[in-house]
Design a protein around this ligand. Structure first.
Ligand code: GTP
Ligand code: MG
Length: 223
């Protein structure tokens, strides 16, 4: 039987191997956070595998999936980390915030507590992540309109206050799932192009065309 630490270590090795595979132009590390049971794992499975299960298997620690998207003929490899929402894994999961370029911060529209917790999750991002990390607030389970406890306007207002973009989504009914991930990729690309004349970006795959290879007259990131 392997302990959590062993499996965590092999996961990191796996992630490093995955990053070493040079078959992409950019790699974005994304993190999904939010209270337990809001649907983080479900959203990722819907996006990466187009699958959904109504059984709840709470995530232990952290896991990741890979998906490649294309932006203006550039391959953007997404390494998407799915964190455990349960409090007892907080030390492990926050250790992964540092390398993340984008966050999906999720709550469940039928669960008030998960919405009240958004502020705390935003503070965690501020504390542990890179300053330029982009965040999208996602109100999940939009299919459960009859059980809704958080009005969409409240989600939008909170997102505006925090300076995040906002979507409601449903992993179950496949509403806004692709859109949420694509929007996050787009806002990261926009941020990259803003800072293209600054420091060499850690985001570019150094064997592939880097941001610095972009002709200056093209105005930055071409994704
Ligand atoms: P932790 O791993 O404990 O942090 O939870 P999680 O956020 O990963 O939640 P998970 O994806 O495991 O989903 C929790 C429960 O909600 C499961 O029973 C899912 O089937 C259900 N669920 C997830 N997304 C949706 C959705 O969009 N609509 C509905 N109706 N149920 C959903
Ligand atoms: Mg999970």
């Amino acid at each position: 039987k392997t302990s959590f630490n062993d499996s965590n270590l092999s996961l990191q090795t796996q992630a490093q191997k995955d990053a070493a595979d040079q078959n992409f132009d950019y790699m974005f590390k994304l993190l999904i956070i939010g209270n337990s049971s809001v649907g983080k794992t479900s959203l990722l499975f819907r996006y990466a595998d187009d699958s959904f299960t109504s059984a709840f298997v709470s995530t232990v620690g952290i896991d990741f999936k890979v998906k490649t998207v294309y932006r203006n003929e550039k391959r953007v490899k997404l390494q998407i980390w799915d964190t455990a929402g349960q409090e007892r894994y907080r030390t492990i999961t926050t250790a992964y915030y540092r390398g993340a370029m984008g966050f999906l911060l999720m709550y469940d529209i039928t669960n008030q507590d998960s919405f009240y917790a958004v502020q705390d999750w935003a503070t965690q991002i501020k504390t542990y992540s890179w300053d330029n990390a982009q965040v999208i607030l996602v109100g999940n389970k939009a299919d459960l309109e009859d059980d809704r406890l958080v009005p969409a306007e409240d989600g939008q207002r909170l997102a505006d206050e925090l300076g995040f973009q906002f979507f409601e989504a449903s992993a179950k009914d496949n509403i806004n799932v692709k859109q949420v991930f694509e929007r996050l990729v787009d806002v990261i690309c926009e941020k990259m192009s803003e800072s293209v004349n600054g420091e060499p970006s850690p985001l570019a795959n150094h064997k592939g065309p880097s941001l610095q290879d972009t002709p200056p007259d093209k105005g930055g990131c071409s994704c």
